[in-house]
Design a protein around this ligand. Structure first.
Ligand SMILES: [Zn+2]
Length: 411
């Protein structure tokens, strides 16, 4: 079994080094301008006033498919002369491709897992475990939220903006429960393949929707697939955001996207992480998803196991960051989240906490330099999850890898 997995993993890595296809990429040729300063400044009207749930939106929002309209006011927030001219790396129907194989001038995490000192990739304190769930809210989120409630467990939720307007009641529930709410873009596209303006729109539309629903603006953003380079980082920072990746990937997404993936491999990963814990020098941040039923089920299965070994907390808690929102809302480091006063604004859409600039990034821990943190370098001697630490590595790659691996092992 393991030998077959090794072949799978090796081939998957080989393929992933060349390309990575999106789960639901919406990047189109229209998103592939030059890498220079903003040229698209028009703001096409947002098209939809969401009506889902009991929450009544005042704003209108775009569809889940880009390119997105851009509010000209957002463009004023970014000094485009400071944005690195990293070349776009879009291969239609595939995703990012490295225009300079063998080189990584712009510190792309996708191609080499390169990080910068202000990237958040792990919890600094040994024994801490930053628990994150991406891609929600979804129809399956309540099951996860219910379970978290039973454990009084708070987590970080990286929300897709177009899902926020579908499930505003769930966002309010999560915030009121004390979970840390963060941004995972609007269309779940590969950000390094988008124009500067579209990157801004991905972040700001999601921020706007979350602000309307819970009254606060998240400071933490997670690029889908971990697809970040210096251009994306610079734009995120100028908009007042900090970038959070991860260093432990459960590969839970494979349960839904690969018919050959076996749930036991996730168990093996968890077992390996626990075995490695005594020798770890830092804590971890893990990646899971609440967008699929199987991933919610596995999340519920492994959380008690993780809690037996690790101090499982939302990411700001392990970073001792009391300002994960742009507004003056103090986040409790007890793991119970913020006093959710702002969430009680209901359908008013107005924050009760206003003003304030993004606080300093209290992420001294993420000062691992440009090297990959030790905790993210996973052994290749076992089916360790993070050997392919991409957010949702896609059916295309997975199916191709499996087919090749089956051919190699003689299936
Ligand atoms: Zn995602």
């Amino acid at each position: 079994m393991q030998s077959k997995f090794f072949i799978y993993a090796a081939i998957a890595l080989l393929i992933s080094s060349a390309s990575a296809a999106p789960k639901s990429s919406t990047a189109s040729a229209a998103d592939a301008p030059s890498s220079s300063v903003a040229s698209v400044t028009s703001a096409a009207p947002a098209t939809t006033t969401p009506t889902s749930g009991s929450f009544t939106f005042k704003n209108t929002y775009p569809s889940a498919v880009g390119p997105l309209p851009v509010d000209p006011e957002w463009l004023k927030l970014v000094n485009f002369t400071q944005v690195p001219g990293a070349p776009y790396k879009l291969q239609a129907g595939v995703g990012p491709v490295n225009p300079t194989p063998g080189q990584n001038t712009y510190c792309s995490w996708t191609f080499t897992q390169c990080i910068r000192p202000d990237d958040i990739t792990f919890c600094p304190t040994k024994g801490d475990w930053g628990l994150t769930y991406d891609d929600g809210p979804s129809q399956f989120s309540p099951k996860l939220y219910d379970f978290l409630d039973t454990l009084n467990q708070k987590v970080t939720l990286y929300l897709i903006g177009s899902n926020v307007i579908q499930y505003p009641d769930l966002v309010q529930r999560a915030f009121k429960a004390g979970h840390h709410i963060a941004i995972h873009t609007w269309t779940h596209s590969y950000l390094t393949t988008l124009s500067n303006e579209q990157i801004i729109a991905e972040f700001k539309w999601t921020e706007r929707a979350i602000k309307e629903v819970i009254g606060v603006s998240p400071r933490y953003v997670r690029p889908p697939y971990g697809d970040v380079d210096d251009r994306v980082r610079n734009i995120a920072h100028q908009l007042g955001f900090v970038v959070n990746i991860w260093n432990k990937d459960t590969l839970d997404w494979s349960l839904a996207e690969s018919k050959t993936f076996q749930a036991a491999w996730i168990d093996n990963n968890v077992t390996a992480w626990i075995a490695e814990a005594p020798n770890a020098t830092t804590g971890s941040i893990s990646l899971e998803h609440d967008i699929y039923s199987p991933t919610v089920d596995v999340a519920i299965k492994i959380l008690p196991i993780l809690k037996n070994t690790f101090n499982v907390v939302p990411v700001p808690v392990c970073l001792k960051d009391q300002t994960p929102y742009k507004e003056a809302v103090t986040y409790s480091l007890s793991g119970n989240g913020p006093a959710p006063a702002a969430a009680s604004s209901g359908s008013s859409g107005n924050a009760t906490a206003t003003g304030g600039s993004p606080g300093p990034v209290s992420v001294a821990a993420a000062s691992a330099g440009s090297a990959v943190p030790s905790a993210s370098v996973n052994s290749t001697t076992k089916p360790s999850a993070a050997s392919t630490s991409f957010d949702t590595k896609t059916m295309v790659m997975g199916v191709a890898a499996v087919m090749l691996s089956l051919a190699v092992v003689g299936f």
